[in-house]
Write a protein that binds this ligand. Structure first.
Ligand code: APR
Length: 230
């Protein structure tokens, strides 16, 4: 086995105290997606949206990586082949755990993006609606988050990695949001073995060769130890 491509979702950060989206009492139970995670919602009420991500950013800044994140960074460091980590998460817990090769396909809380000229820069801990872009000076700053209806980042590169994967691993994601939910089909089509880690099989669970049920802080360290022992 030469190349492992890993996709993570909110479930890997759950045990670090960051809420998932679709659980009972999760983020999407308390906030409407249309209001806080679409370009139209931002146009209607920028303050609501900026405040929502300010709260997420503050929480993420306090959070510590857990044994699941640490296991993946160990895998990247010690595996003889190549490990590519793609995350839907906007927190930076993979980086805090020491992972170096992380693609944030849904953006990052640490980033700000200009809605006019698309310049990207490091967001302050607290953003305000109407903050200006350091490049074009327009008051068009927004969180660098990929909202529903927008194109995720790095897709071309990600599909290339999936086409080269020997093993595709999906961790802590419910399989409801595309294109990420389609990565398993793509990897399979190119001949990769596919594994899922979750508390329960996801919406696309039927497509995996192997499903490991349990909290990521337990299942991931065990699995990484297995891979590194072989
Ligand atoms: N260990 C492993 N899996 C877990 C754990 C845990 N400790 N806790 C929860 N999970 C699983 C849940 O069973 C669920 O399948 O993590 C998944 C979280 O699913 P969602 O809340 O739907 O999060 P995610 O799949 O990352 O959402 C995808 O939707 O709105 C968005 O853009 C946002 O990136 C996000 C995307």
């Amino acid at each position: 086995m030469q190349k492992i491509v890993i996709l993570t979702g909110a479930g890997i950060s759950a045990e670090s105290g960051l809420g998932t989206f679709r659980a009972e009492g999760g983020l999407w139970a308390e906030h409407r997606i249309e209001d806080v995670a679409t370009p139209e919602g931002f146009a209607r009420n920028p303050k609501l949206v900026v405040d929502f991500y300010n709260a997420r950013r503050a929480q993420a800044a306090e959070a510590e990586p857990n044994a699941g994140h640490l296991a993946l960074s160990r895998l990247e460091k010690d595996f003889a082949g190549e490990v590519v980590l793609v995350t839907q998460n906007v927190d930076d817990l993979h980086e805090k755990a020491g992972s170096r090769r992380v693609m944030h396909m849904h953006g990052a809380l640490k980033g700000a993006l200009c809605g006019r000229c698309e310049h990207r820069w490091e967001a302050p801990l607290v953003m305000a609606p109407g903050d200006s872009c350091p490049q074009c000076t327009q008051p068009a700053a927004r969180p660098d988050i990929v909202w529903f209806g927008e194109m995720p980042y790095d897709m071309e590169q990600i599909y290339e990695h999936l086409s080269e994967a020997d093993l595709f691993v999906s961790i802590g994601t419910s399989g409801n949001v595309y294109p990420a939910a389609g990565f398993v089909s793509e990897a399979r089509r190119h001949g990769a073995r596919c594994m899922e880690f979750n508390l329960e099989p996801s919406a696309v669970g039927g497509l995996f060769n192997d499903i490991r049920i349990g909290p990521a802080t337990q299942t991931l360290p065990e699995w990484v130890a297995e891979v590194l022992a072989n």
